[in-house]
Ligand binder design. Structure first.
Ligand SMILES: C[S@@+](CC[C@H](N)C(=O)[O-])C[C@H]1O[C@@H](n2cnc3c(N)ncnc32)[C@H](O)[C@@H]1O
Length: 209
């Protein structure tokens, strides 16, 4: 399977809409967590079992990973989990997906592809356009979680999010206070690799003001 795909390729312009939430979840009224670049979905499989009071959607641009994740779903009883193939940067362009943002209370961007070369930075998943859309549409107190082992990418993501002025960076202690939902309690596959190799993890949590 290809390790990296170019999200700016025209192959990813068209997007399949995510079905109405009442068609994919047992209880569509639960708060929604979106995991952007969910890869095999292992992180969401674990998180959705650990916290059943939320619904979860994983968005992944490598279609084969989404097909495999959906195959895994068939053998198990998940009522709060859905995987969607597509480019996260385009999902909110689809008219049928716009209302999704009303249910989103939390989004994770965990270990996104770094695209090291400057000329490739525009392929990075966190871009001003998606953050501006979220800053104008997400409900207040909604959360954005970012994590990476690449310092330069971390600074790039932080600059874009803080430039919107509608997200406040939370101190770790503030976040942990009175929170029943914490996706950081589950490690992603990339995170397990990073910890095993004793690399540094850079992470932040932002809250919509
Ligand atoms: C380095 S992997 C990290 C996967 C997982 N989040 C983890 O922490 O183990 C980044 C993932 O994001 C996906 N991805 C990259 N750009 C994307 C985009 N624009 N929309 C959706 N998924 C994307 C990649 O295909 C890949 O599976």
């Amino acid at each position: 399977m290809r390790q990296h795909v170019n999200p700016l390729s025209k192959h990813f312009f068209e997007i399949n809409p995510i079905p109405p939430l009442n068609e994919v979840f047992e209880n569509p009224k639960l708060p929604l967590h979106l995991d952007i670049g969910c890869a095999s979905g292992d992180f969401l499989f674990d998180l959705s079992l650990k916290n059943k009071d939320w619904n979860y959607i994983g968005i992944e641009i490598r279609e084969k990973l989404v097909i495999n994740a959906n195959l895994k779903m068939k053998n198990r009883q998940y009522k709060n989990l859905y995987f969607s193939f597509g480019n996260a940067n385009n999902i909110f362009d689809h008219p049928e997906n716009k209302s999704l943002v009303d249910s989103i209370r939390s989004i994770s961007f965990y270990f996104p592809d770094p695209w090291f070369k400057k000329k490739h930075h525009k392929r990075r998943v966190i871009q001003p356009e998606i953050i501006n859309f979220l800053s104008n549409s997400m409900q207040s107190r909604s959360l954005i979680f970012i994590k990476t082992d690449v310092k330069e990418l971390f600074e790039y993501m932080e600059n874009i999010i803080s430039a919107s002025l509608k997200f406040k960076k939370l101190a770790k202690e503030d976040f942990l206070l009175n929170r029943s939902f914490n996706p950081n309690k589950i490690q992603t596959n990339r995170e397990k690799y990073v910890i095993l190799n004793q690399l540094k993890i850079y992470e932040s949590i932002y809250m919509k003001i």
